[in-house]
Design a protein around this ligand. Structure first.
Ligand SMILES: *[C@@H]1O[C@H](CO)[C@@H](O)[C@H](O)[C@H]1NC(C)=O
Ligand SMILES: *[C@@H]1O[C@H](CO)[C@@H](O)[C@H](O)[C@H]1NC(C)=O
Ligand SMILES: *[C@@H]1O[C@H](CO)[C@@H](O)[C@H](O)[C@H]1NC(C)=O
Ligand SMILES: *[C@@H]1O[C@H](CO)[C@@H](O)[C@H](O)[C@H]1NC(C)=O
Ligand SMILES: *[C@@H]1O[C@H](CO)[C@@H](O)[C@H](O)[C@H]1NC(C)=O
Ligand SMILES: *[C@@H]1O[C@H](CO)[C@@H](O)[C@H](O)[C@H]1NC(C)=O
Length: 791
């Protein structure tokens, strides 16, 4: 065939494909379609969301209403309403875990970003927002062709409290402030804001960011998709000894609730404006989370939550069957609906609501209240506006999924999230011109099914670590070392050692996959699984040069042996880096990308596993030998600390300006002496006594200098420490972070706003925020600056 004929043929093929797409389009039935079903008031877009929702409720029979209370909501054919599946998942890319998503149509794959913990390690809010938006665009595009719902149950914003937790990987880490910041950006991006094309939205976002604020001036009514803050609340244990998430009762102090467990949810709702909240399986202080009326109402009344509350899957059944909280199924149903939950994932409400009403334990109005929340979200999503392909976002389709832009963003996220933990004598980066051969060893080194972690769908174009290296060196070889991650046998160690001996440079990939940590499965040990440690040490001992150790997995690993082993020159944590992780790792190893990620959680030693996992206390208690949890309270040894991460260059700080004293006079009414409280030597004031907290805000101006010969990004982390005399004061507390880029031998200035009521306050035993008077220490790397709060 001539070239012209070939291209003509190609164009014809393309045309045929396009025609087949439009003619065999699944054309899912959408509500409010002409000619018969578009005349109801609930279809009338001129009316308010509430009026439309109420009008729809008024048309339904009790039986129809009850059948809306499940994730698999029934259709109402007489009104032209098809069934709706509420449960879709999108933790770090559209995922296949929920029944609302399928990959069996035109769309066979979606961009798979790194697992959330890795993305969190970038400490880059812009990146978080862009990922939320990219996933949101792909989700909406899949909805438009009938392959997804519009209601997604992400993000997971529980605190990564215990290193054994199987789902810690899904979260942004252990710090409430970082988790809050992630939640806000992800939700804003994913729900689309007032979307007018992704480019413009991002630009506007960047401008706002440059101006130092994210204040949302939009009405927030319309949604591209719905995001869900989960799991509310104090959920972070799957299965430990005889404890299971279904029956676990988390005993949480008021102090920990206020400054650790609640903040991410408050931010996700208040600033992120999430339209869904999911209550968890566990109980909190004896009351199942889905029956916590006070907390659910607090979300609506104090935090301004506008959206629907779903149970985790079967979390109403567990109130009855695992928590043994109610005597009968009907009581469980009445309890959760009266508490403010709106929909149950599962069929429990569909099966038991009618009898609950007949027994008088529940009234129709309780169901109408739930339906108003449910229909309002569906209406805000445009579900009752007719064919979505004719409406806002209607042009999104398969062409918006796995785009070059999104795949590049997945690569960028993996690059920014990789953390360099050890680098003896600048062993890394390798110079590609002098490396003639490289060997990569390990059970995960050439297996793409391990790249994404929990809640992964079908990635666009995944490459393994081995495949990533192939692009860089002529001779790359691979050996698994262990047949799988559990690594029970050393049968193929020799093969790995031989492969390593033949190569100039050796990379060993060790760590975790989902056989070690996942939903319903916590770890028991923090050491490398099975015989992996022996594999690493023997390969390191046999290789020509010291090796590069690459660690996978979400949970912290006790790799003290490797930190101390001279045969191991460098250690990199890649977590679950997503579909582009193979390429990102190669770029980092060969210096095409200078790593700048930081650990979003503390890496504890193995001895930490003596601590009871069900102990929810954040604060250390020396009287019972309890070391506390996370960098804010933990007093024991650590393998690597929160925020740890090296670079191929070096950075130094200069403090340009920050106040030395802060006077509260004029910031409260009434007499001073009445407002000032005392504990021992400490004077303090309740934050809610202050009338003008914002006016106390100040800036810390700093300059970051890159004093090395490579460009690089650096995460600036400002910590504060309140006077330590108060009981339960954190060791330190992250109050601001920013990722900045600085070129070699250049410097960058940045300003950090400190809002004393938010950042310098601490929480007392009653769960009240107080502002201690006296010296507060701000720390930035080795720099220290004290600010004195006076009256
Ligand atoms: C939609 O509602 C508006 C405002 O009430 C009303 O004027 C209009 O007639 C309604 N449209 C239809 C088709 O009923
Ligand atoms: C969802 O509900 C419909 C009835 O409305 C039923 O036919 C279908 O089997 C249900 N699907 C699942 C996954 O439960
Ligand atoms: C687990 O076992 C311990 C003692 O073995 C017991 O005190 C505790 O109540 C049990 N917890 C649950 C949730 O059954
Ligand atoms: C609830 O009851 C079941 C069955 O009687 C029992 O196995 C379980 O341990 C109980 N759970 C709790 C948390 O008490
Ligand atoms: C890749 O890993 C998965 C999950 O651990 C495992 O099921 C599969 O067998 C592995 N594939 C290969 C080729 O080793
Ligand atoms: C933060 O992420 C964005 C989006 O990927 C990127 O353009 C930017 O360079 C990153 N910032 C730094 C300082 O690395």
């Amino acid at each position: 065939m001539s070239l012209q004929l070939k291209s003509l043929f190609f164009i014809l093929q393309l045309l045929a494909l396009l025609i087949s797409i439009s003619s065999s389009d699944p054309n899912p039935q959408f509500p409010c379609q002409p000619p018969h079903f578009n005349s109801y008031p609930f279809c009338n877009t001129s009316l308010s969301i509430t009026d439309r929702a109420q009008s729809l409720i008024s048309l339904l029979t009790l039986e129809e209403k009850i059948h809306q209370l499940s994730n698999n909501a029934s259709g109402i054919p007489r009104l032209g309403i098809p069934p709706y599946e509420w449960w879709s998942e999108s933790l770090h890319g559209v995922a296949s875990n929920g029944p609302g998503v399928n990959f069996n149509g035109y769309v066979k794959a979606a961009t798979s970003f790194p697992q959330v913990l890795v993305t969190a390690a970038s400490f880059n809010r812009t990146l978080w927002f862009k990922i939320g938006l990219a996933i949101g665009i792909e989700a909406k595009a899949m909805y438009n062709v009938g392959q997804a719902g519009l209601t997604f149950w992400a993000p997971n914003i529980n605190i990564f409290r215990d290193p054994r937790w199987g789902r810690g990987q899904e979260t942004p880490g252990e710090d409430p402030m970082v988790v809050s910041a992630y939640a806000i950006q992800f939700v804003k991006g994913f729900q689309g804001g007032s979307w007018r094309g992704s480019g413009e939205l991002i630009d506007r976002f960047e401008r706002k960011r440059a101006l130092g604020g994210y204040n949302d001036d939009e009405s927030g009514d319309r949604l591209m998709n719905s995001a869900c803050c989960k799991h509310f609340i104090a959920y972070d244990l799957e299965k430990w000894k005889n404890f299971s998430r279904y029956s676990f009762n988390a005993v949480v102090t008021k102090q920990d609730m206020e400054d650790t467990y609640e903040p991410p949810f408050r931010s996700c709702i208040q600033q992120g404006k999430a339209s869904c909240l999911m209550c968890s399986y566990n109980a909190v202080n004896g009351v199942p989370a889905c029956a916590q009326g006070d907390l659910l109402q607090k979300a609506r009344n104090e935090w301004g939550f506008k959206g629907y509350i779903t149970s985790d899957c079967d979390a109403v059944a567990t109130v009855q069957e695992y928590q043994n909280y109610t005597r009968k199924a009907d009581d469980a149903v009445a309890l959760v609906l009266k508490a403010g939950m709106d929909i149950n994932c599962g069929s429990y409400l569909v099966r038991h609501t009618r009898t609950t009403i007949e027994e008088g334990k529940l009234q129709d109005k309780d169901i109408d209240r739930a339906l108003l929340n449910l229909f309002s979200v569906q209406l805000r999503l445009g579900l009752f506006d007719g064919d979505p392909r004719k409406g806002q976002f209607g042009e999104l389709g398969p062409q918006n999924i796995c785009t070059i832009e999104h795949k590049m963003l997945a690569l960028e996220a993996a690059r920014q999230g990789i953390v360099l933990l050890k680098n003896e004598e600048k062993f890394l980066p390798l110079n590609r011109n002098v490396v003639s051969s490289i060997a990569i060893i390990g059970p995960m080194a050439n297996n793409i099914s391990n790249m994404g972690g929990d809640y992964t769908g079908f990635p666009c174009d995944p490459k393994s670590f081995y495949e990533g290296l192939l692009g860089y060196v002529e001779k790359a070889s691979y050996a698994s070392g262990c047949s799988d991650v559990p690594c029970d046998s050393d049968a193929v160690f020799n093969d790995a050692i031989l492969t390593a001996k033949k190569a100039d440079f050796v990379v060993v990939v060790a760590g975790l996959d989902l056989s070690q940590e996942t939903e319903d499965h916590d770890r028991a040990s923090l050491l490398l699984p099975g015989k992996q440690m022996t594999l690493v040490s023997s390969v390191a001992a046999a290789s020509k040069r010291p090796i590069i150790l690459v660690l996978t997995g979400g949970g912290p690993l006790d790799v003290s042996f490797a930190e101390g082993d001279q045969n191991i020159a460098s250690i990199l944590w890649v977590g679950y880096p997503g579909e582009a992780g193979g390429k990102a790792l190669a770029e980092v190893i060969f210096g095409d990308f200078n790593p700048g990620g930081r650990l979003p959680m503390t890496w504890y030693p193995e001895s930490f596993t003596k601590i009871a996992m069900n102990d929810m206390n954040m604060r250390a208690n020396p009287f019972r030998g309890y070391p506390g949890r996370t960098y804010r309270f933990y007093t024991g040894n650590r393998v690597y600390g929160f925020g740890q991460g090296l670079s191929y260059t070096k950075f130094t700080y200069k403090l340009l300006s920050a106040p030395r004293t802060l006077s509260l006079s004029g910031s409260f009414t009434g007499t001073l002496t009445e407002k000032i409280l005392h504990q021992g030597e400490l004077d303090y004031i309740h934050v809610d006594e202050l009338t003008s907290c914002d006016s106390l805000s100040f800036y810390v101006h700093i300059s970051v200098a890159n004093v090395g010969d490579r460009d690089g990004s650096h995460v600036v982390m400002l910590f504060s420490r309140a006077p330590k005399i108060f009981e339960g004061t954190p060791e330190k507390q992250l109050i601001a972070f920013d990722r900045v880029h600085t070129s070699s031998y250049g410097s960058t200035e940045t300003s950090i706003i400190v809002i004393p009521c938010d950042h310098l306050s601490i929480v007392d035993k009653h769960g009240k925020r107080i502002l201690p008077l006296g010296e507060h220490l701000l720390t930035l790397g080795d720099l220290e600056h004290s600010v004195s709060i006076v009256t």
